[in-house]
Write a new protein. Structure first.
Length: 155
């Protein structure tokens, strides 16, 4: 049976009071690539800005996407925490912006992710989210709440 290629674009935002040091950009990209490839996925592009990180990946099928995201977030957090004593309490914001992509949009989005340095010369993260990603994103926390509510209704 053939499984479809799933493209996924993530935006991770540091919790309030934290920024991502430019000095760990390569380490974050390396751990993202390792985590994704360990689950038979491909990292197509990543970009680290002080106030957020973009990750574009593809994986065969949708099985285990939640586990992949959890592992990716945890591994990236470990890199940030280990980077400097001042980052020992670092966490990511609870909301992860996720955009699912058909295979033919992966290279278009990869170009957008690679161009983030230029993009953010005149746009904030909030503007990017409002104009580009929020209209097409999936709120994983909302889905979990909905599932819990559904379970409560069934019981």
């Amino acid at each position: 049976m053939n499984t479809a290629l799933a493209g996924m674009h993530l935006i991770l935002v540091p919790a309030k009071g934290f920024t991502l040091p430019a000095t760990i950009s390569n380490s974050l990209t390396a751990i993202a690539k390792h985590t994704i490839s360990a689950r038979n996925g491909t990292l197509h592009a990543s970009n680290v800005q002080p106030d957020h990180m973009h990750i574009l990946l593809s994986i065969e099928g949708a099985q285990g996407l939640h586990e992949l995201i959890d592992a990716l977030v945890a591994n990236l957090q470990q890199v940030v925490v280990a980077s400097h004593a001042s980052m020992s309490a670092f966490t990511w914001d609870a909301g992860i912006h996720v955009t699912l992509l058909p295979p033919w949009h992966i290279e278009i989005m990869a170009s957008f992710v690679r161009d983030q340095d230029r993009y953010h010369t005149n746009r904030t993260l909030e503007e990017e989210l409002d104009q580009v990603f929020r209209p097409n994103s999936v709120d994983l926390d909302h889905d979990e709440e909905h599932e819990e509510q559904s379970a409560l209704c069934v019981n």
